[in-house]
Design a protein around this ligand. Structure first.
Ligand SMILES: [Zn+2]
Length: 272
């Protein structure tokens, strides 16, 4: 499931392939993905515009669609295309006659005939047009992005909120961007037990958790979230049945915490 590092990787991909070119068509192959807009309306509102820049917040990607500067019509206000990648979403860039994947759900065509495809095998992705990113974040009550939150904010969030540490890391309204895999990885690196009570974690351990969060997310982005290149010392490459702790070699344990399956080492990760 795409989490903050995957969405950041999609953002960089989109920025390097799809900006500043006139949009000449939007093909919707499966309308489940559209939120509050019809396929026809999406195409009508985007045609003639250009993707100018993008912003990521948590697991959401917002792409600004500006007006065509050469258009003689009255200038229209910017729109934002919001992409959420659900469980299996991704972006593909297609040159000229390259064939889109079967599971491409929406295809944006540019003036040079290249295309950007929103691919989504399991159909949990979302696309919509919004006028203001700030307003969207406010109405969804999304917390600060996990790479933007300060240590002081992080400590205040975890220190005053009762519940399992992992459930708090997963709560998008408290900290946006972390999902199941990276939450386990962050807790493993910080040697914190996922079910530990958040308000009992010491300041020192909260600082360690904060540093682990920044390190894990940053490193995954640097490696473009290529699982084959992630360090062998990470839990991610060992999690699952018969998995062993890459630090101490003991068998990993699993438990349902915050509604999700957690993998951890009961020896290395002590409860607060
Ligand atoms: Zn261990």
């Amino acid at each position: 499931m795409p989490e903050l590092p995957e969405v950041e990787t999609f953002k960089r991909f989109l920025d390097s392939t799809s900006l500043h070119r006139r949009i000449t068509g939007v093909g919707v192959r499966d309308a489940y993905v559209l939120r509050g807009i019809s396929a026809r309306e999406l195409a009508r509102r985007l045609n003639g515009r250009r993707f100018e820049n993008s912003i990521r917040h948590g697991k959401h990607l917002f792409v600004r669609a500006g007006d065509d500067p050469s258009s003689p019509r009255l200038r229209r206000a910017s729109l934002w295309l919001r992409l959420h990648f659900g469980m299996t979403g991704s972006l593909e860039y297609l040159r000229h006659d390259e064939v889109p994947p079967k599971t491409a759900r929406v295809i944006f065509r540019f003036a040079d005939n290249c295309r950007l495809a929103f691919d989504d095998q399991r159909k949990f992705g979302e696309i919509e047009l919004i006028e203001s990113v700030d307003e969207f974040l406010r109405t969804r009550h999304l917390g600060p992005d996990a790479l933007e939150i300060s240590l002081a904010q992080f400590r205040a969030t975890l220190g005053k909120r009762r519940g399992a540490v992992k459930a708090i890391l997963l709560n998008q309204q408290l900290i946006a961007g972390i999902g199941n895999l990276y939450a386990d990885e962050i807790l493993f690196r910080a040697r914190s037990h996922p079910a530990g009570e958040s308000t009992s974690v010491s300041d020192k351990d909260l600082t360690r958790l904060f540093r682990a969060m920044r390190h894990v997310l940053g490193k995954a982005i640097t490696l473009k979230t290529d699982y084959d290149r992630l360090p062998k010392s990470w839990l991610l490459t060992h999690r699952g049945k018969a998995g062993r702790c890459p630090r101490c070699g003991r068998a990993l344990k699993s438990a349902t915490i915050g509604g999700r399956t957690s993998w951890f080492c009961a020896y290395c990760q002590k409860r607060a």
